[in-house]
Design a protein around this ligand. Structure first.
Ligand code: NAD
Length: 444
């Protein structure tokens, strides 16, 4: 019995210990599950937070991406702009290259003149036919040259070989308006010279020769410059005296179609001598007869340009009237020599500058036809032109005596150089006037 009760006690003790362990285990596991729960809750809360944050992040990511895309498109835009700028620069560089091709880097040789010998010379109408040849000589002599021109009949091309030269200046200006420049000498040539040009705007022609001349004479007076006025054989009109000496007063129709030019030049001469008398201005007056040569307008309607253009294109050479009217033609380099000699001389009265070799217009048409190789043109007569002078030949006694000047270039030689120039003009792809000149009717 005692043994049984001891066994029972042992069993109870073991059970008690086991249940104690169990209890302890239960307590511990419950505690752990609480920890886990807390951990899980924290995780869930975190996930919640992350979840809530998720769109923001996406937004941020999106914004980031948008920024990057924006940056990319900005970069694309900048690239495009850069490319556009580059192609524009390329285009400009090409244009500059073309311009540099036209403006020669090397100028014609120019003499060096010391401070005392070098003059500042203004040439009005210096971009025209005669003016541009005069400019060439003055430049090569080493003077400083200012060209003033409104490009009515002149062209930049005539003087562009001097652009950029330190002795050369070009002013785009209409001399009907006052001009303020410094000059020692003025060659006043600005005026349309061929009938179609001066008849195109008769009022402007008169203004140029009167107001323009007053402005130039006023300038000469202000700066103390010597001034040469380019007058014309047209002051003799349709002459009753032949050949024409300077003493002949002329035979001009004051209301005819040529009057704007003829009378304009006569007033220009009157103004010159009025300024000389009243204001003590040193004046020179050149009465220029028909002049021809390279840089003449191909479409100016004058006999030389008309006939050469017609002959070069195998078109009918048109002689207006009976063809017996006479002209004498002076080559441009001879005229320029005469102008320089007159400016330098002490002689102050008008001087005829022209070539006294006289031809009828009919003869002249044949001379040109024969001088253009292979010319198949016919010479035909057209209706006479109103107020067309019948005889023109300068008496150059005064020029010979006072300027020691007379023309040197023969008609054949001068015509050859002129024909070569017109050929070149015709071959220029940009030349478009070769039809319009045909309509300009004159035997100037
Ligand atoms: N070439 C001849 O056979 C001839 C004959 C007699 C007289 N002239 C005289 O010689 C001068 C030059 O004649 P050209 O044959 O060289 O003529 P042109 O037409 O070739 O030159 C005249 C120049 O004067 C410029 N001009 C005209 N009006 C102007 C104005 N208001 N302001 C500024 N510039 C103006 C023109 O643009 C042109 O460059 C003219 O005065 C002309 O009357 C020439």
């Amino acid at each position: 019995m005692i043994r049984q009760s001891l066994k029972l006690r042992k069993t109870l003790t073991v059970l008690g210990i086991v249940s104690l362990f169990l209890l302890l285990f239960l307590i511990l596991t419950r505690r752990n599950s609480g920890v886990h729960q807390r951990i899980e809750e924290e995780d869930i809360q975190k996930l919640d937070r992350d979840f809530n944050d998720l769109p923001k992040k996406d937004k941020l990511i999106n914004m980031d991406m948008e920024d990057k895309m924006q940056q990319n498109s900005d970069n694309d835009g900048t690239k495009r702009e850069l490319q556009e700028a580059k192609s524009r620069i390329d285009q400009l560089e090409k244009k500059i290259a073309i311009l540099e091709g036209r403006v020669p880097q090397k100028y014609p040789e120019v003499k060096f003149l010391g401070y005392k010998e070098r003059k500042r010379i203004l040439v009005t109408g210096g971009a025209g036919f005669v003016g541009s040849h005069l400019v060439d000589v003055l430049m090569t002599q080493g003077h400083e040259v200012i060209v003033v021109d409104n490009f009515f009949t002149g062209r930049k091309r005539n003087v562009e070989h001097w652009f950029g030269h330190r002795n050369f200046e070009m002013i785009h200006h209409d001399i009907v308006n006052p001009l303020y420049v410094e000059a020692d000498e003025i060659y006043h040539l600005a005026s349309p010279a061929s009938p179609p040009h001066y008849m195109q705007n008769p009022v402007k022609t008169i203004k140029t020769n009167t107001l323009g001349t007053i402005n130039m004479l006023g300038l000469a007076r202000r700066v103390g410059a010597k001034i040469l006025i380019a007058s014309t054989s047209e002051v003799y009109g349709d002459p009753m005296v032949h050949p024409q000496p300077e003493s002949y007063w002329g035979h001009v129709n004051p209301i005819g179609p040529r009057a704007c030019y003829d009378e304009g030049k006569r007033v220009a001469e009157t103004l010159a001598y009025s300024y000389a008398k009243q204001e003590k201005v040193a004046v020179r007056v050149a009465r220029i007869f028909n002049t021809y040569g390279p840089r003449m307008h191909v479409s100016d309607g004058r006999v030389v340009s008309n006939f050469i253009m017609q002959a070069l294109q195998n078109l009918t050479i048109t002689v207006y009237g009976n063809g017996k009217q006479t002209r004498s033609f002076c080559y441009v380099s001879d005229l320029v020599d005469g102008l320089l000699a007159l400016m330098a001389a002490n002689y102050t009265l008008p001087v005829n500058l022209g070539n006294p070799v006289e031809n009828t217009i009919q003869e002249f048409a044949m001379i040109i036809k024969n001088q253009v190789p292979g010319c198949r043109s016919m010479v035909a007569k057209g209706a006479p032109v109103e107020d067309d002078p019948q005889r023109r030949r300068p008496d150059i006694t005064v020029a010979k005596e006072h300027l020691h000047w007379e023309p040197k270039v023969s008609l054949q030689e001068g015509l050859q150089r002129t024909i070569d120039y017109f050929k070149e003009e015709l071959s220029r792809t940009t030349f478009q006037n070769n039809q319009t000149y045909m309509n300009m009717k004159s035997q100037h």
